[in-house]
Design a protein around this ligand. Structure first.
Ligand SMILES: Cc1cc2nc3c(=O)[nH]c(=O)nc-3n(C[C@H](O)[C@H](O)[C@H](O)COP(=O)(O)O)c2cc1C
Length: 394
């Protein structure tokens, strides 16, 4: 497929400040390992529930293409299942078989052609699998086998369902855990062949790896449950195995839920469950095995939690992990303005700013953020006539 590059003619990528533009951190390049993004804005992973048999299609090309062409430094493709039963819904993306590689490669090619760094989030839904997408016939509810679900094959660290509306859970045996670890490795190799540069492991939101780390959802009595060291053991083994096959000079991210927020208080302690204090210790271990960036999300592991959500509400987690564990972080969560993003970076609270829903409202969020900060940035060549009096003199 031939893809017209929107910034290539002048060798300037959309979303790059033009000559003499105001200096900001948000619109400064950032290098992790051998990969340099031209700005620090990241499209956070967002499930689109639009795949069939785990494969990307025209929808994904249009969706990711529309985001990439307006200049984000990095685009992280949505949760992509390492095995079929590790999908949240029957319409999730997957990388458990070869036929899923080529459609992904085409989308990656599109992202790269527009100047963004392509990333992907590999995932296993654990006990939250076999649910319908929000816009499927019956909405977010358990999908029975006759409608393409797999409610009898939903797995987790323990046989503890998320709630009565979710599947019963089969507690994984040690042999099954090894098989799933291998599935992560195989999926990572496929992602690499498709051209992905940034690996992100989904270790958040109540999916398999976050079920393991939290004592609220991991009731195992073997070496993989109980103490903090035991609860993080399996996620560390999986992440290490994927890190081993991911090029050492390519960036490697882990998204964590920084806390289960069990009592609704962002920073409260939950020693036997999961809290920010354990997340900091976990981040230190992740750093030791070669993880470069921790993307600090929150929650999703327990039913019925009232989150203290508001503008930038999860940023203190990114700040705590960055400062206490000494590792780069991504901040995420209701960051909707360029000025907020710049403040986060200026105050040293995170290294990357990850934005999700605002990109769905405004696919040109990067250009909007630049406007809000008074930074003149390159627009896509094809869109420059719309730049009116703000058009950079190139
Ligand atoms: C439609 C949608 C799909 C999402 N899918 C994922 C996903 O695949 N993986 C993930 O880690 N988070 C997912 N999230 C969470 C976002 O990445 C992000 O953490 C969250 O929306 C908060 O950021 P925001 O306030 O900028 O939207 C999703 C969010 C939305 C709105």
């Amino acid at each position: 497929m031939q893809v017209a590059a929107s910034g290539r003619n002048e060798k300037i990528k959309p979303g790059t400040p033009v000559k003499d533009a105001k200096k900001t951190l948000l619109f400064s390049p950032i290098t992790t390992k051998s990969v340099t993004a031209h700005n620090r804005i990241v499209v956070a992973p967002m499930c689109q529930y639009s795949a069939e048999n785990g494969r990307m299609n025209h929808y994904h090309l249009a969706h990711y293409g529309s985001l990439a062409l307006k200049g984000p430094g990095t685009v992280i493709i949505e949760a992509t299942a390492v095995e079929a039963r590790g999908r949240i819904s029957p319409n999730d993306l997957g990388l458990w078989e070869e036929a899923q590689v080529e459609p992904l490669r085409q989308v990656i090619e599109m992202i790269v052609s527009q100047g963004s760094i392509p990333g992907i989030q590999l995932a296993h839904a654990g006990r939250k699998a076999s649910m319908g997408s929000p816009f499927s016939l019956n909405g977010y509810s358990l999908v029975p086998e006759e409608q393409g679900g797999w409610p009898e094959d939903v797995v987790g660290p323990s046989d503890l369902p998320f709630n009565d509306q979710h599947a019963k859970v089969h507690a994984l045996t040690l042999a099954e855990m090894q098989d799933i670890k291998q599935a992560w490795v195989d999926a990572a190799k496929r992602a690499l062949r498709a051209g992905v540069k940034v690996m992100q492991i989904h270790g958040a939101h109540g999916y398999l790896l976050s079920n393991f780390v939290s004592g609220n959802t991991n009731l195992r009595t073997d070496d993989y449950g109980g103490s903090f060291e035991n609860r993080i053991r399996y996620p560390l083994e999986v992440i290490q195995a994927v890190r081993d096959v991911w090029p050492q000079d390519y960036p490697f991210w882990v998204r964590i839920s920084s806390s289960d927020v069990k009592d609704g208080q962002a920073m409260s302690r939950d020693d036997n469950g999961w809290d920010i204090y354990q997340s900091i210790e976990y981040a230190k271990e992740l750093k030791k095995i070669g993880v470069d960036v921790i993307d600090c999300s929150t929650g999703g592991n327990l039913d019925g939690i009232q989150y203290p959500a508001g503008p930038c509400w999860q940023v203190p987690y990114a700040e705590a992990v960055k400062k206490e564990a000494g590792i780069a972080t991504g901040a995420v969560g209701i960051i909707t303005k360029g000025t907020e993003a710049e403040d986060i970076l200026q105050q040293g609270k995170a290294d990357y700013v990850c934005v999700a829903r605002e990109f769905l409202r405004d696919s040109g969020f990067v250009l909007t953020a630049a406007d809000q900060l008074g930074v003149a940035v390159k627009w896509p060549n094809q869109y420059e006539r719309a730049y009116r009096e703000r058009a950079p003199k190139l």
